[in-house]
Design a protein around this ligand. Structure first.
Ligand code: ZN
Length: 117
């Protein structure tokens, strides 16, 4: 298998529901998202144009940029944890026909959650 990975970034606020601690208060992060897509075969030596995967990933990141994530319909019911933000990206990018296999979301340099196929 071949894998390619791109990184997208956005700045957004969130607050965790049903959580006791300072993350229950609205706060912001500079989020980093790593999107991995996997391919069995190459075309002209390339799995997928990096720029295409980057553009699709950036479009999803733009949906979350400079908002309170809790206010998106998807996160009205889903807690806006890094895990669920990773699944949000995964599903959105998969809907574009990309063979995405992993999305990792980092709230900070030290905390990363992933959703994989
Ligand atoms: Zn947070």
């Amino acid at each position: 298998m071949y894998e390619i990975k791109v990184t997208a970034k956005f700045a957004a606020a969130h607050n965790l529901r049903n959580y006791k601690g300072n993350c229950e208060n609205v706060h912001g992060h500079n989020w980093k998202v790593e999107v991995t897509a996997s391919f069995k075969q190459l075309k002209e030596g390339m799995a997928m144009d990096f720029r295409d995967l980057k553009r699709i990933s950036d479009e999803v990141a733009d949906e979350l940029d400079h908002i309170n994530i809790n206010e998106l319909p998807y996160f009205k019911t889903e807690n806006p944890t890094s895990e669920n933000v990773a699944r949000f990206f995964f599903e959105r990018i998969k809907d574009q026909g990309v063979p995405v296999t992993k999305v990792s979301v980092s709230e900070t340099d030290e905390y990363t959650a992933s959703y994989t196929k």
